[in-house]
Design a protein around this ligand. Sequence first.
Ligand code: DON
Length: 307
Amino acid sequence: MRSLIPDYLAEALADVEADVSGEPAGYIPELAAADPDRLGAVFATLDGTIYGAGDIDTEFTIQSISKPFAYALALADRGFDAVLAKVGVEPSGEAFNEISLEDETGRPRNPMINAGAITTHSLVGSPDLDPARRVTRVVEGLSAFAGRPLSVDEAVCASEMEEAWRNLAIANMLRSHRILTEDPRAVVDGYVRQCSVLVTARDLGIMAATLANRGVNPLSGEQVVAEPVVRQVLSVMATCGMYDAAGDWATQVGIPAKSGVAGGLIGALPGQLGIATFSPRLDVHGNSVRGVSLFERFSSDAGMHVM
Ligand code: DON
């Protein structure tokens, strides 16, 4: 088994390597410069064993894959009622950067689209926490999910902030509806820092395995968040994790998942496995082209379809 799985993963990577469609994210200058041909895949089992092939120790920014984990931290820190009062759980079927606020309340539809994720970021920690300490809490929380100390890529963060007009517009809308109660720029700055945390495919595999393992990190043994929080996070990943491709994903892959525009993709099979892939070429939805192909193959080969 120890050599069979890496061999299987290497074969799967070799099969998708020929697909050179898609480009790295263009709207963040630092990401546009990424090597488009990096490719890696990890299976992380719940006893802490990591099976991997390809570029599994190359660092890249976590981007939107931070969203389910920040949602977990917000739920743990503020409780379900406080978070649900500000962010819904309905799939929007829209692009990740859609404004997408409910008509009357201005409540974002779910925590995976940017409007919901910016709000979720503001809900991490206690209500009076200053923005810098909130970022520290987020980075430490992501690190607990990964089982090692993570850090922020300052160059990617600065590059995204220079072009963050749309997220600033979303945050201003949220502020006008009193969904945000702080300076919108400070919240977007914190959210972009959260997205700029550096991870590897290995880290993402362990983070996904922590979700699959009811919130217990398989490497450190730490219960990072309580089981009901993990259940909520997995449900939202299942319905909203792939944005406007969520329906295709549910039918073709059927694994609770989350993508990021730096090319990462995670899937969590409850009680079984954490899966992560890395390939920066993106499709029109902002999801990794080769990552989606790999997950389709894993799901079909191993009968992983659970949704
Ligand atoms: O909000 C943004 O634009 C990014 N920092 C994160 C977007 C992202 O990863 C979308 N997912 N595929």
